[in-house]
Design a protein around this ligand. Structure first.
Ligand SMILES: Nc1ncnc2c1ncn2[C@@H]1O[C@H](COP(=O)(O)OP(=O)(O)OP(=O)(O)O)[C@@H](O)[C@H]1O
Ligand SMILES: [Mg+2]
Length: 451
């Protein structure tokens, strides 16, 4: 079957030729139109596989082109190209049925991928609605980049629940973007001008966890020389994020339950409860339900926290995000070393697509950052993704030999494991079969040993 052509619409010659260039070798013939009117004329006469249009055009905007084309043929994928990545525009594009939303400047790879995706969706068995190409941004929180329908739906849900005061439990593997989503919720909530207080439950100091969270009155225990305002009170009229919630010490869990149920807290040594108005977001990278089954987490608290469950899919389940994120990180890290943004070769992209990404987006971010430094020229090729890893693995590997102390081996094993999970302590502790507290104590011990 001969493929129908791709129609490029844009009133800038440069952009049209950049697209022509990007589509060279795509297997599709390409036609161009320099205005929306011309495009619609062509569209009425001929059949096309796909339309790629600039948004910002003098005579008829890309949104209008999209709308008119969709009226004529709702099935045809339309990709929008824009220099403006605002949420409103992305949402509008999506509502109008755009299949992708690409930011300028674009790489050839991104265009090629968008074409592959859009045409595959169209020709493939599954008829899915074209909701890819989504980018969400607001001034304060970092941009969450995704084109994955699952994650897009999650973000929509997050936006809706942000307006309520409901408690939210965000779960997902290490590095999937849980903290980003927590801050996204805060920024979309009605308390977004209020404080955003993040607490890592795994690093609450032993014995002082209660006072950290709920505060204490002067003289309530030895060392309490002043009154201390706890994190909950600090977060009043804003959001408190309880990261690594499964590590919350048991005695504190009961107090947290009370805070959630009654919306009041007790300062340590305080004589009267303090009312609080806080949105609570809990985060975990392990399945909290499992912690409940193992008796490490209160079931009633779990249900209280899990009013709105949000589960972020791992990167390998949304591999369409890989090129998009890679491109994003290329721009993020590529533009500050004066060499201009580097490009990835096709084989680099396909290598990225085939990796497992156990460290998810964080690992991808680190990989791209490193590759930029390792690539001398303009183009990043597959060897730049891994160079040095084989060596360092050799260097890092624990070689068991007589004379090596158990302590030393333990230390090496712990550091290797931490490195493998991108320094995520909860994850590392789980893999090592020790508690997070034990891990913390050991790390502390090694640090002291160093000085
Ligand atoms: N969709 C995304 N778009 C852009 N950057 C992202 C995205 N998801 C994650 N990142 C980046 O990846 C890194 C990890 O994200 P984040 O800290 O939110 O993950 P996490 O799930 O909280 O990880 P951990 O479980 O290790 O605490 C951050 O640098 C973040 O900016
Ligand atoms: Mg995190």
């Amino acid at each position: 079957m001969d493929a129908h052509p791709i129609l490029i619409v844009g009133d800038e010659t440069d952009m049209r030729s950049a697209l022509l260039h990007a589509l060279d070798g795509s297997g599709y013939p390409v036609e161009t139109a320099s205005t929306g009117f011309e495009a619609l004329d062509k569209f009425k006469k001929d059949e096309f596989s796909l339309v790629i249009t600039d948004v910002n055009m003098a005579q008829m905007s890309g949104f209008e082109v999209l709308e008119k084309i969709k009226k004529m043929s709702s099935e045809i994928p339309v990709v929008l190209i824009t220099a403006d990545g605002s949420v409103d525009n992305a949402v509008e594009a999506m509502k109008k049925g755009a299949s992708d939303y690409i930011l300028r400047p674009f790489s050839h790879e991104i265009i090629q991928l968008a074409v592959r995706k859009a045409t595959k969706n169209r020709n493939g068995r599954a008829k899915i609605s074209f909701q890819n190409g989504y980018l969400r941004r607001d001034q304060k929180s970092k941009r969450i980049i995704t084109q994955d329908p699952k994650l897009i739906n999650i973000l929509k849900l997050a936006e809706n629940v942000a307006r309520s005061n409901a408690t939210i439990l965000i779960q997902g593997e290490s590095g999937t973007g849980k903290e980003m989503v927590a801050s996204y919720i805060h920024h979309h909530s009605s308390q977004n001008d209020g404080p955003y207080v993040a607490v890592n439950c795994a690093s609450l100091p032993d014995g002082l966890a209660e006072s950290e969270l709920f505060g204490h009155e002067k003289g309530s225990f030895t060392g309490a020389v002043n009154r201390k305002i706890g994190k909950f009170e600090l977060a009043n009229r804003g959001t408190i994020v309880l990261d690594e919630i499964s590590e919350m010490p048991m005695p504190i869990q009961a107090k947290l339950l009370r805070a959630l149920q009654e919306r009041i807290i007790d300062r340590v040594g305080g004589s009267r409860p303090v009312p609080i108005d806080v949105r609570v977001i809990a985060i975990s990278n392990i399945d909290v339900k499992k912690a409940v089954k193992e008796g490490k987490f209160r079931e009633d608290l779990y249900y209280r926290l899990n009013v709105i469950p949000i589960i972020i899919p791992p990167l390998r389940r949304r591999s369409g995000d890989i090129p998009l994120l890679a491109d994003h990180f290329l721009r993020k890290y590529g533009s500050n070393n004066g060499t201009g943004v580097k490009k990835m070769s096709d084989s680099t992209i396909s290598t990225l697509l085939n990796l497992e990404w156990r460290g998810n987006v964080r690992e991808l971010e680190n990989t791209v950052q490193r590759a930029i430094l390792l690539a001398d020229g303009e183009v990043i090729s597959p060897e730049h993704l891994f160079l040095g890893e084989a060596e360092s693995e050799e260097k890092d590997s624990v070689r068991i030999r007589p004379g090596l102390s158990v302590k030393e081996m333990e230390r090496k094993l712990i550091f290797m494991t931490l490195k493998d999970v991108n320094e995520n302590r909860t994850h590392a502790a789980e893999m090592l079969g020790i508690s997070i507290r034990t891990l913390r104590n050991k790390l502390h011990e090694y640090k002291e040993g160093e000085v």
